[in-house]
Design a protein around this ligand. Structure first.
Ligand code: XMP
Length: 512
C-alpha cells in the first residue's frame, strides 16, 4: 500500500484517486498522524502532499523523520517536495518567484520516475502552484528537471528512491501527471496494479465492521445513488444491524419512491422504514412561494421526521451517510470560506449535529464516478447507478411559486415524458442533469377548436463535471420539437413548452 501524508492541500484526494486509478491501494493520513500510520501500515511507498503553508514559516508542518528512514520510495509534491528538501539538509526560500498555473518543465536527466514518459532534453507542460522554492539541494540529490521559475522543478536521489516535483502531477492540467504517479507506484515502488473496486469493497467492509462492532446503524436513503451505494455496502458489512429510513416528502419524481422501496426491500432485503410524510410536507409548504423559505421548511421537516423515526427504532449509535469527497470539500469551504450562500442545501449538515450520533461515511474518499463504479460492483441496477443527481428538496424547487399536489402531478408527468424522450434518443448519459420546471405562468393556446389557458413548462438540460459550473445542453431542434409535442398532447395543464438556454454561471442549474 501507499501512504499519502496530507499537509492540507485541497488536491490530496486527487493524489489518492490517481493512485487508485493505477490499481494500487492507498491511505491518506494527516501529517500529525503519519508516524503512527507508518508503523501500523508499513507502506511500500510514501507520497507527501502539497499544502497551504510555507516551510519558511515558524512551526510549519513537517513529515516525521521516520518517513525518510523507512527504506521505501518517497515522492514529495510541491509543499511535500520542499519539506523533503529541507528535512534532508537542503534550503528553501519564500517569495519572489511565485508560479501559478501552466508552466513548462525542461527534463535534464533521465530517471526511473520519468522512464517511458519523459526523456532528457524534452519539454513538457505541467501545472504549478507555489510561492516558495528550493535554493539548495540536500546531499545526494540532483536536478532532473527545471522550469523558468523553479530551477528545482524535479529533484531526485535515485539511490534512495527519493523524488520531488515542484508541480502537481495529480491535476488534469499536468497532462502526463497520472502516468508519472503510476510510474512512481509501479516502476519505482514495484507495486502491482491489481487493486480494484472489488478490493475497495472488501477493505471497506472490514473497516465498517471494525468501526461499528455490534452497534446499530441508521442510514437515510434519499433515492439517489450515493445513499443507496452506502446503504448496500454497509448492509453487506453488518447485515441487519443496519436500518434504512426513507423519508418520502412527496416531492420525488414519477414512481421513484416505489422504485426505491422495491429495490431495497425486494431486491436487497434491507430493513427499510418508508415514512410517507407527503401530507406533512405539502401542508407546511402550502402558500409558500419564496425559494429559501421552501428550502428551509423542507430541511427542517426532513430532520424532524428522520429524527422521530430514528427514535422509534432506538439504540442506534451510528448514522450512515453517503457523503462524497466533493461534499467534504464544499462543506469545509462553506464553513470557513468567504463564499456567500446561494442556496441552502438541506442535506449537508443538520442531521449529525442534531442527532449526536457517530458517523459512518464509507464513500468519503470517493468521487462521483468512483461511487458509480462501486455501485456497479455491488450489483446495483445500471439505471439506478447512472442516474442524474436529484436535489434534496425535490420537485418543490422545480415548481417556482406556491406548490400543490396538482401542480406536482402535472410536473411529474411532463418530466417523465421528457426523460423518456432523452433516453430514447440515447442522450441520457451525455447529460449531467435534465428535468422539467412547471412555471407559475399561464398562457393562451388553441387545441382543436378550443381556447386553452394553461401553464408554461420549461425544459432544462445541462452538461457539467461537478455541478459547480454547467453549460446548457445543445439539443437538436427536432428533439425539442418532439418532446414538446408529446408533453402538450399527453399532459393536461400544459399548453406551452420553452427551453432554458442559460449556463451556470450566471444561472444556477435548478431554478430555485
Ligand atoms: P444549483 O442549482 O445550485 O445546483 O446550480 C447544483 C447541483 O446541486 C443540486 N442541488 C441540490 N442537491 N440538495 C441537494 O442534494 C439541495 O438542496 C440542492 N440544491 C441543488 C442540483 O440539482 C445540481 O446538481
Amino acid at each position: 500500500a501507499v501512504l499519502i501524508v496530507d499537509f492540507g492541500s485541497q488536491l490530496t484526494q486527487l493524489i489518492a484517486r490517481r493512485v487508485r486509478e493505477a490499481g494500487v491501494y492507498s491511505e491518506i493520513v494527516p501529517y500529525q498522524k503519519a508516524e503512527a500510520a507508518l508503523a501500523a501500515m508499513r507502506p511500500k511507498a510514501i507520497i507527501l502532499s502539497g499544502g497551504p503553508a510555507s516551510t519558511t514559516e515558524e512551526d510549519s508542518p513537517r513529515a516525521p523523520q521516520a518517513v525518510f528512514e523507512a527504506g521505501v520510495p518517497v515522492l514529495g509534491i510541491c509543499y511535500g517536495q520542499m519539506c523533503m528538501a529541507e528535512q534532508l539538509g537542503g534550503r528553501v526560500e519564500s517569495g519572489h518567484h511565485r508560479e501559478f498555473g501552466r508552466a513548462l518543465v525542461d527534463v535534464r536527466k533521465p530517471s526511473a520516475l520519468l522512464e517511458g514518459i519523459w526523456d532528457a532534453d524534452e519539454r513538457h507542460t505541467v501545472w504549478m502552484s507555489h510561492g516558495d522554492r528550493i535554493v539548495a539541494l540536500p546531499p545526494g540529490f540532483e536536478v532532473a528537471g527545471t522550469s523558468e521559475n523553479a530551477p528545482f522543478a524535479i529533484i531526485q536521489n535515485e539511490a534512495r528512491k527519493f523524488y520531488g516535483f515542484m508541480f502537481h502531477p495529480e491535476v488534469v492540467h499536468t497532462p502526463d501527471g497520472a502516468k508519472l504517479l503510476a510510474n512512481f507506484v509501479h516502476r519505482v515502488a514495484g507495486l502491482a496494479g491489481d487493486w480494484t473496486m472489488a478490493a475497495f469493497r472488501q477493505d471497506m467492509i472490514a473497516r465498517i465492521r471494525a468501526q461499528v462492532g455490534t452497534s446499530k446503524v441508521i442510514c437515510g436513503l434519499s433515492g439517489g445513488v450515493d445513499s443507496a451505494v452506502a446503504a448496500v455496502l454497509i448492509h453487506e458489512a453488518i447485515g441487519d444491524q443496519l436500518t434504512c429510513i426513507f423519508v418520502d416528502h412527496g416531492l420525488m419524481r414519477l414512481n421513484e419512491a416505489e422504485e426505491v422501496v422495491r429495490l431495497f426491500r425486494g431486491h436487497y432485503n434491507i430493513p427499510l422504514v418508508h415514512v410517507d410524510a407527503s401530507e406533512t410536507f405539502l401542508g407546511a409548504l402550502a402558500g409558500v412561494s419564496d425559494p429559501e423559505q421552501k428550502r428551509k421548511i423542507i430541511g427542517r421537516l426532513f430532520i424532524e421526521t428522520f429524527d422521530a423515526e430514528a427514535a422509534k427504532i432506538g439504540g442506534a449509535d451510528f448514522l450512515a451517510q453517503g457523503t462524497l469527497y466533493p461534499d467534504v470539500i464544499e462543506s469545509v469551504s462553506a464553513v470557513g470560506g468567504p463564499s456567500v450562500t446561494i442556496k441552502s442545501h438541506h442535506n449537508v449538515g443538520g442531521l449529525p449535529e442534531r442527532m449526536k450520533m457517530k458517523l459512518v461515511e464509507p464513500l468519503r474518499e470517493l468521487f462521483k464516478d468512483e461511487v458509480r463504479a462501486l455501485g456497479r460492483e455491488l450489483g446495483l441496477p445500471e439505471a439506478f447507478v447512472g442516474r442524474h443527481p436529484f436535489p434534496g428538496p425535490g420537485l418543490a424547487i422545480r415548481c417556482p411559486g406556491g406548490i400543490s399536489k396538482d401542480k406536482l402531478d402535472t410536473l411529474r408527468k411532463a418530466d417523465a415524458i421528457y426523460l423518456d424522450e432523452i433516453r430514447k434518443a440515447g442522450l441520457y448519459d451525455a447529460i449531467w442533469q435534465a428535468f422539467a420546471v412547471l412555471l407559475p405562468v399561464q398562457t393562451v393556446g388553441v387545441m382543436g377548436d378550443g381556447r386553452t389557458y394553461e401553464h408554461v413548462l420549461a425544459l432544462r438540460a445541462v452538461t457539467s463535471v461537478d455541478g459547480m459550473t454547467a453549460d446548457f445542453y445543445h439539443f437538436d431542434m427536432t428533439f425539442l420539437a418532439r418532446a414538446a409535442t408529446r408533453i402538450i398532447n399527453e399532459v393536461k395543464g400544459v399548453n406551452r413548452v420553452v427551453y432554458d438556454v442559460t449556463s451556470k454561471p450566471p444561472g444556477t442549474i435548478e431554478w430555485e
